[in-house]
Write a protein of this length. Sequence first.
Length: 375
Amino acid sequence: MRRWDIFCKVVDNFGDVGVCWRLARQLADEHGADVRLWIDRLPSFARLCPTASPDAEAQRIEGIEICRWPVEFPNVEAADVVIEAFACQLPENYIAAMSRRGEAPAWINLEYLSAESWVEGCHRLPSPQMNNSLAKYFFFPGFTRRTGGLLRERGLSAARDAFGETAEGDFWRSLGAPARREGELRVLLFCYENAALPELLRRWAEGPETVTVFVTPGAAADQTADWFGEPFSAGSILRKSMLSAFSLPYLPQPIFDRLLWACDVNFVRGEDSFVRAQWADRPFVWQPYPQSEETHLVKLDAFLSRYLESCEPAEAVRQCWNAWNGRGGIATAWTDFIANRAAIERHCKDWANLLDQTGDLVHNLVSFVLEIEDL
């Protein structure tokens, strides 16, 4: 059994640690790996995993050792495979431990997800290190066969497809949410602070369709409370004309996946929820992590170019996504988006089937590690 160390520095609260936690669980569950996950901000992890202690230096959850990544990193033995998630830079004493091994570990920089064309040319490339004999390899998630693919557990698609009306009703009751009304549109709202949100809330309130929006904790809940001008705690409901807003608690990842399956449209952000929304095969709208000089919009455009290649209502999707990211009016864009909902749903199913052909990221990663070890 290979030992894996995964290093994660939390940047946007949930995306980085969410990806690393899914990666660790799938390596252990499906490939029998002995995984140790180092996280610098355990409170963020504890919100995704309710059984985790935010204060423990080390703990074992679902067969995975979870360790605090302290500023003064301890002297530990390096693993057989080392994953540096999102270029987080390993501690110097850990790199020294890697160098002391009789057999160099497979050292991989698991990069951020991007649909930009240059990713295919950099995927799996080595990066020799100046001060030691180690080599680091780049591994890029992506949307084509020339990338590492996306995280997807075995059985995920089958579980999604088996999630019918009865399971959905049970799911809503488990959250304490009201039963779905006839003709009601259910929307998930998971976003960073977004200047377009007040206009969208107003459009939902004044529009022709009955909308219930399920609001995640953080920026989405704070902005929604400000718009209503009322307190908004987990489990509470705010109403205005055609709009009802239900405040969600923090949810474990398996429950969040089912929330994506149960909603009609999903507003998602960052990387982890972005990927899970694609496997949900429901219409979705993405907000990339905002970056300086608007480089996040380059990632947005690159994905839209690939995603909408064979999409019939491409312009309706493009306008809505652009408006949600500060390029246009969201009220009009939403009206066009929801008018094309049936066609967008068909496209989402076709897209999920296309992504299946790239293979899942963990399987591709394990295969790559075997190649490195044979060099």
